[in-house]
Structure formats: C-alpha cells, structure tokens
Design a protein around this ligand. Structure first.
Ligand code: ADE
Ligand code: ZN
Length: 324
C-alpha cells in the first residue's frame, strides 16, 4: 500500500453519517432530510452544501470538534496516510456557537491525540466561505493571522464559486500572506478555467483547490506547469458533483502528462462516498497509476505541504524508506 498525504479535506465534511446521527441524537435534531439509509442525501452542489451545513451545525462543543479531528486523522492513518491538512471554518464554528479560537484549539487537540496514537502529522488551513460573504472571509484571514496556533499554517477560500469575485479576496489573502501562512484557493471546480486564471493573476497561490477545469484552456495548463502551482485534485468529489461525467473524462492524467503538479484528496469524503484510500484506488484503476506513481503523488503533496522545513524533511524521509 503506498503511503499517502492529504492536502484538501474540509473537516466538517469528513464526519461520517454514523457520527452525524450520534451528534443529532445528542442535540435532538432530525437527520432524515439529510441522511437516509446511512448515506448523505443531496442531488446537486446547492443541496450538498445544505446537507453539509446541517451536519456541521451538529458539532458545537470543543469536545465535539476534538473527537471529529481525532476520528478523521486516525482513520486516515489507518489507510496509510502520514500527513493531513484539514480545512477549518471559523464561520461554521461561530454558527454552531463556539469561538474560532476554542474551535481551533479543540481541533488541534484532536489532531495531537491522533498523532500520539498513529504518528500522523497534521496542520490546519483556515478557510473563508464564499457564500457567507467577503466580510467573513476577511475576518477568517485576520483570525488565521493572529490565532497563533502552531498547527495553523495556511489560509484558503472555499464555498460556492458562483458567489463573489476572486479579485475581491486580494486583501484577505494579503493579510494571510503577511502572517507567513501558505495560500490555497478553490477555483476551477464550478468556475471554469477563467476562475483558475483569475486566482493565479490576483491571488498568486502556491496551490489551487481543484483547478481541474483549467483543462479547458491548454495555455493555462502550460502556465500551471511552468509556474509549479500544485493542484489539489479530488476526482471522487468531481464525479459525485458531476463536474465531469466519468473518470474517463477526468483531466487528472492529462494534467499530470502536461507537467502539472497534481495531488489526490478526498474533499468531503462521506458525502462523495470516498476516502483518501479510495482516491488512490481510483487513480490506480482509472488513471493507470502504479504504486510508484502514487508514491510520487504523495511526494508532490508533502513537498507542497504548508509545514516547516524540518517536519517536511522528516516526512520525506518516512516516504523514502516506505515506513510510517
Ligand atoms: N466546501 C466543502 N466542500 C466544498 C467543495 N467541494 N467546493 C467548495 N466548497 C466546499
Ligand atoms: Zn474543497
């Protein structure tokens, strides 16, 4: 089994239906519109976001969040992952009644517990959510810059790409960059290639969340390769959300062949009936990748990780020996 690393997973979106059902019982909520037969129910991006927001609202205390990150990183480690970056969302915490600092500390506590049990290294990327609005995105950037949590090493923007304009986020990203945080932005998922170009032009990220619709513009693909921007690809998510109709049409192999740096990620795993391991299996089955190819993908992820140089060297050494 190749060792793995994940750069793109929304922690609220990593809660399995069983866990969400347990939280709903704890808070006296009815899950039936959103979970049926042990599976999340949604039919398009808008209804996916609604189910996601419903489930996220069931994580309300520090203990809820600590258990969530401990559970997710432990399950990743079981599947051969040595490194995990999770997207955190101060907006979801605030909505659920917890301060961003208490939420971040709790997630960090869960990550520390998972590390103690399994050795998995983890970091957090604070995100702003486009459909919540510009002010909240800037507030998330300010929080990320000042929170001082040692595991917060990045800032990103997620949410519905049909809301807002990438240019409007320049100030938020400048706040994060000045604080020394790594920069990633969702683009080229529901936005076309133009959104990826706008991200490169205005935000200058080292990584792009998804980015796969860059394939619609060959010159842009060449630019991504030339600039060494890393794409956080989530093939299972893209197929579930119908960004592409089938794995045969997914651009992962074409992007790789053009020299783009690509990684494999689960995004919101149970919503898309996937796991990080399943993404590696998809790449083996549908994109013809060998274990050696997959290990190279893990290396790309670790090289692009928002982690200090010493930890990165240790992770690369673990990868090179093949031992966790
Ligand atoms: N938030 C959680 N999952 C997302 C996705 N796939 N795209 C944009 N925002 C998200
Ligand atoms: Zn995402």
């Amino acid at each position: 089994m190749p060792l793995k690393a994940e750069l793109h997973c929304h922690i609220e979106g990593a809660a399995a239906p069983e866990l969400v059902i347990r939280q709903a019982q704890k808070y006296g909520k009815d899950v039936s519109p959103y979970i049926q037969n042990g599976s999340f129910v949604w039919h398009d991006f808008t209804s996916f976001l609604k189910a996601y927001d419903f489930a996220a609202d069931l994580f309300r205390t520090e203990d809820d969040y600590a258990r969530l990150s401990e559970y997710y990183l432990t399950s990743l480690a079981r599947d051969g992952a040595i490194y995990s970056e999770i997207f955190t969302s101060p907006d979801h915490a605030t909505k659920a009644g917890l301060s961003p600092q208490a939420y971040t500390d709790a997630l960090g506590e869960g990550m520390a517990r998972a590390k103690a049990k399994t050795g998995i290294e983890g970091r957090m990327i604070v995100t702003g959510v486009r459909h919540v609005g510009l002010e909240s995105i800037e507030a998330a950037a300010r929080f990320a810059a000042r929170c001082g949590h040692p595991l917060v090493t990045g800032f990103g923007v997620a949410g519905d790409e049909r809301n807002g304009d990438i240019e409007d986020y320049v100030r938020a990203f400048e706040i994060a960059r000045e604080a020394g945080l790594g920069i990633t932005i969702h683009a080229g998922e529901f936005g076309g290639w133009e959104s990826v170009q706008a991200a490169l032009d205005h935000i200058r990220p080292s990584r792009i969340g998804h980015g796969v619709r860059a394939i619609e513009n060959p010159d842009l693909v060449k630019r991504i390769a030339a600039e060494g921007v890393v794409l956080e690809c989530c093939p299972g998510s893209n197929i579930a959300l119908k960004v592409f109709d089938s794995y045969a049409e997914h651009p992962f192999p074409a992007l790789l062949a053009t020299g783009c740096k690509v990684t494999l990620n689960s995004d919101d795993p149970p919503y898309f009936w996937t796991t990080l391991k399943h993404e590696y299996d998809i790449a083996a089955e549908h994109f013809g990748m060998s274990d050696k190819d997959l290990t190279a993908v893990t290396r790309t992820a670790i090289e692009a990780a928002f982690v200090d140089r010493k930890t990165k060297a240790q992770l690369l050494a673990r990868l090179n020996t093949g031992h966790r």
